[in-house]
Structure formats: structure tokens, C-alpha cells
Design a protein around this ligand. Structure first.
Ligand code: PLP
Length: 402
């Protein structure tokens, strides 16, 4: 079996290769333009080749790339200041990825109880359908068999509960519980939103039992839902604020960077030497993240995102109405939306790609759309036409003339 590639066979790539991107478009090696509603899985928050991000990155590239955390990195002060000024948090630890941000969140939760004389509180309660990354701890946290299979003993200390089952949650809390870990909207799990009242309920439950609330906003953060963080929809005044939160994806606009945010009292347990990373928060990542945050938190930016989000939701509803034989429902919030298919989501995604529109799959047979936050009304009109054409090609003939 001599492979024509030396890359691990972990990814099943479609045979299209992109060589360039601009805004919400990507171009293949033959010059064909595709409308990109994947944003590299909600990563390119400001689209491809954003001029201000290019400038921020290249300016820093000419100065200093890397020192490791042996020395203080000024960009970390700047990025953490913006994140804390705009959230519940007082402290930030920088990582290179979402999974590492979750690792830090999990360690911080356990260490907080340890530092406060409750070393037995180690269990993290999670929910079925969750996705928290692919490290050994985060596949245990996610609890999905397909990601655990064949990778040896499952890391202990994670208890996966049925999604939306309040009784099971209450029953699971005991003297060994350290924290509840939840995505405000499950991304990989199929764009399943936790209702605002449930997030507020989780906050109350955690306060009552002296346990920590951890949000995984790796996919939903940085303006994706029309607020800087998705949990803000559940209360503008911190009614649903967590104690710890993991970020990544959109934070670097395409440059790999993640972050674990925490309240002062919680972060205090992560004493000097207790945790670390070589690459995390390096000057290149910080230069780009600072610019992303500056743009996303600028006056009026998120308001525009919310307007485009309404347009996206309307167009998906239109598509679902037109093809009830193919689409079961429309779900999601902001610019993180999904169409649940009645036929395999992979068939719908392939048909969309045929019309040069890029979408991603998600669990629960969902076709996921996560356009860059700079998507325009014209882009969305184009998306609508492509979706109608793609679904028209899949729909039963009777449906087309209906
Ligand atoms: C993508 C994702 C992760 C993992 O991030 P990586 O950068 O791939 O490690 C964790 N949680 C959620 C909700 C995600 O969407």
C-alpha cells in the first residue's frame, strides 16, 4: 500500500484545493470562486486576507516572532485587557488551540477546589453531543464513543449527562463535582442551543453547590452569534456568566490561538509553575488577536452582524419552506446556523459544493453555515440562489414544480 501522500489519513478531503482567499470567497487552483460559508470552521471571523490583519501580522513579523513565556509578552497584556474589559473575566491564559484552552479550563477548575481545601472535587459534568477537542482529556469530556474508540483507557473524572435532562443533572451533583462544562450552543453536536433560562439555571445551580461553571465558547465566541460571547444572550448583566471560559477559533481570525478566561479568585489557584505552554500567546498570535478584537468590539460591528444574521435565518427558512422533502428544520443563532436534513447532510453539502457554495457538516445530520462576520447582504443573496439551485437538483421532480 504505497500512499500518494505522507500525511496521516485522518482527514477525508474532497478533491478541491484552494490557493487563495478574499473576504467570503476562496479560489481553487483553476481560478473558480467559491462562496465560503465555512470560514475554516468558524475561524476566519473577518474573512480571508483581511487587510488590517495582514498588516498587524506582517508588522509584528518584522519585529519579534517568539520568546516563549520566559519573558513577558506585551501583546498578552493587551489582548487579555480587551477580553476582560468585555467579559466576566479578570485573568487569561493563552493557548494555541481550543482543546488546549479546555485543558486549561479543566485543570483550573480542579486546581481551584484543591487550593480551597476540597481536593476531592475533581469531576466535570458534561452533556451528550458535546465536543471539546481531541486530546485525551477532551475526548473524555466530550464523551463521544466515535472519538474515544481505540485510544485506550478513558481519562477519569468526566460524567456525560443527557442533553436537557434537568433531573439527571441534579442527581449527578455530589461531593466530588468540580464543575459543569457546557457549550452554550453545541457546534459539532448539531447546532443545539441551550435555552437562556437553562444557562441561568446552571449558574444558580453552581452557586448553590459551590461548583464552577465552565463555558466552551471556542466556536460560539468572538461575535459568532451577534454578541461577543453567546452566553450574553442569556443575560446582559452576568445572570448566566461562567467562572471559566474557553475560546479559540475566531479569536485569531485564522492565526492559531486560544484562551482560557477566569475570574480572579479562580485563576488565583493557577500559581506560578502550575501550568505552561511554549507557543501559547506568542507575539504573532497576540498581534493578530488584538486586531481581531479591536475590530469586533468596535462600535456598531456586532449590530451589523446581527442584521446579517436575520437575513441568513430568513433565507434558510425560505429554503426549508421550498424543500420540505429535504429539510427538517432551521436552527442556530447569529451567523452559526444549521439546516437539519431529511436526506444525508453529506449529500446536501456535496450538492452545495457543486454550486460553488461551501458548508460544513455537524452532528444530528445538520448542514452547518458559519460565514465570516463581514458577510454582506449581497453575499447572502448569492448564497440563497446557490442553495435553491443545489436543493432543486436533489429534490423529487414533483417538488420542483410545486
Ligand atoms: C473546535 C472546538 C474545540 C476544539 O478546538 P481545537 O482548536 O480543534 O482544539 C473545542 N470546543 C468546541 C466547542 C469547538 O468547536
Amino acid at each position: 500500500m504505497s500512499a500518494d501522500t505522507h500525511v496521516f489519513p485522518t482527514y477525508a478531503h474532497p478533491d478541491v484545493e484552494f490557493v487563495r482567499g478574499e473576504g467570503v470567497r476562496m479560489f481553487d487552483s483553476e481560478g473558480n470562486a467559491y462562496l465560503d460559508l465555512t470560514s475554516g470552521i468558524a475561524v476566519n471571523a473577518l474573512g480571508h486576507a483581511h487587510p488590517e490583519l495582514i498588516a498587524a501580522l506582517t508588522e509584528q513579523a518584522g519585529k519579534l516572532w517568539h520568546t516563549a513565556n520566559l519573558f513577558s509578552i506585551k501583546g498578552q497584556e493587551k489582548v487579555s485587557e480587551i477580553l476582560c474589559a468585555n467579559s466576566f473575566a479578570d485573568r487569561v491564559f493563552f493557548t494555541n488551540s481550543g482543546a488546549e484552552a479546555l485543558e486549561c479550563a479543566i485543570k483550573t477548575a480542579r486546581r481551584y477546589h484543591y487550593a480551597n481545601g476540597r481536593p476531592g472535587r475533581v469531576d466535570i459534568l458534561t452533556f451528550q453531543g458535546a465536543f471539546h477537542g481531541r486530546t485525551l482529556a477532551t475526548i473524555a469530556a466530550g464523551g463521544q464513543e466515535k472519538y474515544l474508540e481505540g485510544f485506550g483507557p478513558r481519562a477519569p473524572g468526566f460524567i456525560s449527562l443527557p442533553f436537557g435532562d434537568h433531573d439527571a443533572l441534579h442527581a449527578a451533583i455530589n461531593e466530588e463535582t468540580a464543575a459543569i462544562l457546557v457549550e452554550p450552543i453545541q457546534g459539532e453536536g448539531g447546532i443545539r442551543e441551550v435555552p437562556g433560562q437553562c444557562l441561568r439555571g446552571l449558574r444558580e445551580l453552581c452557586d448553590k453547590h459551590g461548583i464552577l461553571l465552565i463555558y466552551d465558547e471556542v466556536q460560539t465566541g468572538i461575535g459568532r452569534t451577534g454578541k461577543l460571547f453567546a452566553h450574553e444572550w442569556a443575560g446582559e448583566n452576568g445572570e448566566a456568566a461562567p467562572d471559566i471560559m474557553a475560546l479559540a477559533k475566531g479569536l485569531g481570525g485564522g492565526f492559531p490561538v486560544g484562551a482560557c478566561l477566569a475570574r480572579e479568585e479562580v485563576a488565583a489557584a493557577m500559581t506560578t509553575g502550575s501550568h505552561g505552554t511554549t507557543f501559547g500567546g506568542n507575539p504573532l498570535a497576540m498581534a493578530v488577536a488584538a486586531k481581531v478584537l479591536e475590530i469586533v468590539t468596535a462600535e456598531g460591528f456586532l449590530e451589523t452582524v446581527r442584521e446579517q444574521a436575520i437575513a441568513l435565518k430568513q433565507l434558510l427558512a425560505e429554503v426549508a419552506d421550498r424543500y420540505p422533502d429535504l429539510i427538517e428544520d432551521v436552527r442556530g443563532r447569529g451567523l452559526l446556523m444549521g439546516l437539519k436534513g431529511k436526506i444525508p447532510n453529506t449529500d446536501i453539502i456535496a450538492a452545495l459544493r457543486g454550486e460553488k457554495l461551501l458548508a460544513i457538516g455537524a452532528g444530528d445530520n445538520v448542514v452547518r453555515f458559519a460565514p465570516a462576520l463581514i458577510v454582506t447582504r449581497d453575499d447572502l443573496r448569492e448564497a440563497r440562489d446557490k442553495m435553491m439551485a443545489a436543493l432543486g437538483s436533489l429534490s423529487a421532480p414533483a417538488q420542483k414544480t410545486a
